[in-house]
Design a protein around this ligand. Structure first.
Ligand code: GTP
Ligand code: PEQ
Length: 211
């Protein structure tokens, strides 16, 4: 299909998900991060994107891949400068830890706007699609606000792709409950196989792990 949109998926597979260090060993964090990346790549394909990993080291996956070991913002901005997105050739950047991302949710990125932003919970930016050659990213912190500003500074029109499924990046222990409740792919299966189950005690649902 000629109107497939390129989608970069930043991925740091070496020491991922340090905020899950209290529940997962380093090897488990690598396994879980890989499972989430598998889900994101499959959902992008199904949504009509052409996914490409932007990885800090070779992954050995059967997916187009650029290896760039610079920090996240630098690596993504180098790719944006290189590709020079335009209305005829948009470029998406979709994080590899969006374990709940469905094809339907991802397709919302393809709506109108020079820059389309999918916010993450906690102030971040989980996905962006740009049709503007001068737009650059600045990740971490309240990056959603930084990206609104960055888009306006280059005269780009901005639209939000408002989606609960895209807003859930899996960073912390409580996010694992979201994967068990709403996920249906490799990440959900990985957690179940590792012995995680829902702890639906009083209040907000959480996870417990079988010994
Ligand atoms: N290419 C590239 N991707 C990165 C880098 N750091 C993080 N990522 C990816 O960017 C996305 C968001 O990552 P974060 O949640 O900020 O970081 P993380 O390493 O996954 O987790 P924490 O260690 O808990 O911060 C994930 O898809 C990561 O794999 C980097 O330096 N380069
Ligand atoms: C990539 C970064 O993720 P976080 O550090 O917020 O998980 C961001 O969304 O700016």
């Amino acid at each position: 299909m000629s109107d497939r949109v390129d989608a970069l998926v930043p991925f740091a597979p070496d020491r991922p998900k340090t905020r899950l260090a209290d529940v997962l060993t380093p090897a488990e964090r690598r396994g879980f991060a890989n499972a989430m990346a598998t889900d994101v790549l499959a959902a992008l394909e199904a949504a009509g994107f052409s996914p490409e990993l932007l990885a800090t080291e070779p992954t050995g996956r059967d997916v187009p891949e650029t290896v760039d070991d610079r920090p996240l913002t630098e690596a993504v901005n180098a790719a944006l400068a290189d590709r020079a997105p335009s209305p005829a050739s948009p470029l998406a950047v979709v994080m590899a830890d969006l374990a709940l991302a469905t094809p339907r949710a991802l397709s919302r990125l393809r709506g109108s706007g020079d820059v389309v932003l999918a916010a993450g919970t906690g102030g971040g930016t989980n996905a962006v699609l740009t049709r503007h050659p001068a737009f650059r990213v600045d990740y971490h912190g309240a990056s959603y606000l930084d990206h609104l500003r960055a888009a306006r500074d280059v005269g780009a029109t901005v639209r939000e792709a408002d989606s609960r499924l895209l807003a859930t990046d899996v960073d912390e222990r409580d996010d694992l409950a979201e994967v068990l409740v709403h996920g249906d792919g490799a990440a959900r299966d990985w957690l179940r196989d590792a012995g995680f189950e829902l702890d639906a005690g009083d209040g907000r649902v959480s996870v417990v792990r079988e010994e």
